[in-house]
Design a protein around this ligand. Structure first.
Ligand code: HXC
Ligand code: NAP
Length: 284
């Protein structure tokens, strides 16, 4: 979508960048000329992805293992990134943990595990990088991946909903506070985009059969990774230099469809509308 070299010379860290959406967005950043640092807990996964991405794009990828719940490990990612590429220009806070469960069946540790990855991990990464940029008087861009239920809430993924709401609040708050340091903060709220990580945890076959997530989406299809990557690259690039504190939804109209009182009337067939119209004209 963007012009060639739109991210030329930018060094971008993608958390959770070895799999799923993080890998797809990172690939497009590379195609647009960025250098990429990918980080998550599993080094073998990162190394394999880094290799693939370098071969596919001809770009440079540094894989660094890091559990984003641990502040020291994040400082190590920043140090390694700077020594390999120099100044960091952007952070895509994309790593997450999630699963479906009735809330009353969760242990407090299960609640902790999701909130710790999603909220603590994201504020840890944001704080560590933000301090680094402010101290060095460098501008920077944060882009955080949330979900549409960050503002509506959602049953059966309550720890994730609480944590994503916190992440959204984090970027909106910092958009106001850190703009004076030339640090921008934005978010993307994707609807369903098929990935192994999300599908195996959120839509296992038996469950998907019962709820059919496609039925909820007015465009009647899931998102394509490149569509998300296009938006992420724009928000990471200087083309969006005046966008700050925004969350952009990319969900085929899913959440608004669920919210509109009468959108369910989609199920009413044309013949029934004809019948209702006849009844109405007879009454006149
Ligand atoms: C209930 C569960 C559970 C489940 C784990 N737990 N899975 N409870 N239902 N399905 C509980 C365990 O019993 C344990 O509590 C505690 O959580 C920690 O479990 P561990 O397995 O030890 O955790 P760990 O190995 O660290 O794995 C973390 C994880 C895992 C979050 C559970 O799923 C993970 O690594 N996820 C990373 C990737 C991911 O989730 N990707 C999907 C993002 S998709 P006890 O009390 O027994 O000790 C996404 C999309 C949103 O966010 C929107 C879609 C439209
Ligand atoms: P995914 O492939 O499972 O991505 C999650 C990533 O987070 C993995 O690479 C995982 O790697 C990493 N991670 C988990 N815990 C971590 C930790 N403690 N420290 C560092 N990294 C950690 O799933 P995805 O679908 O691509 O999700 C990516 C993002 O999109 C998430 O924020 C998710 O909430 C969001 N999202 C996805 C969808 C969708 O439909 N797919 C919809 C809305 C929002 P390790 O296991 O190696 O640590």
């Amino acid at each position: 979508m963007l012009k060639e070299n739109s991210l030329k010379g930018k060094n971008i860290i993608v958390t959770g960048g070895g799999t799923g959406l993080g890998k797809s967005m990172g690939k497009y950043f590379l195609e647009l000329g960025a250098n990429l640092i990918i980080t998550s807990r599993k080094l073998e996964v990162l190394e394999k992805s880094a290799d693939e991405l370098e071969k596919e794009t001809g770009g440079k990828v540094l894989p660094v293992a890091c559990d984003i719940r641990k502040y020291d490990e994040i400082l190590n990612v920043i140090e390694q990134s700077e020594s390999k590429f120099g100044q960091i220009h952007g952070v895509l806070n994309n790593a997450a943990g999630n699963f479906i469960s009735p809330t009353e069946r969760l242990s407090h540790r299960a609640f902790d595990i999701v909130v710790d990855i999603v909220l603590r991990g994201t504020y840890n990464f944001t704080l560590a990088t933000g301090k680094n940029w402010i101290e060095k008087k460098q501008p920077g861009t944060f882009l955080n991946i949330v979900t549409t239920y960050a503002w509506t809430g959602s049953g059966y993924v309550v720890p994730s909903a609480c944590a994503k709401a916190g992440v959204l609040s984090l970027i909106r708050s910092l958009a106001a506070e850190w703009a004076k340091y030339k640090i921008r903060s934005n978010a993307i709220a994707p609807g369903p985009f098929p990935t192994e990580g999300a599908w195996e945890r959120l839509f296992p076959a038996d469950v998907a059969e019962k709820i059919d997530p496609l039925k909820r989406i007015p465009l009647k299809r899931f998102g394509d990774h490149q569509e998300l990557a296009n938006l992420a690259a724009y928000l990471m690039s200087d083309y969006s230099a005046y966008v700050n504190g925004e969350v952009v939804t990319i969900d085929g109209g899913e959440w608004i469809n669920g919210a509109g009182e009468f959108n369910g009337l989609e199920a009413v067939p044309q013949e029934m509308w004809d019948k209702l119209e006849k009844m109405r004209s007879r009454k006149k």
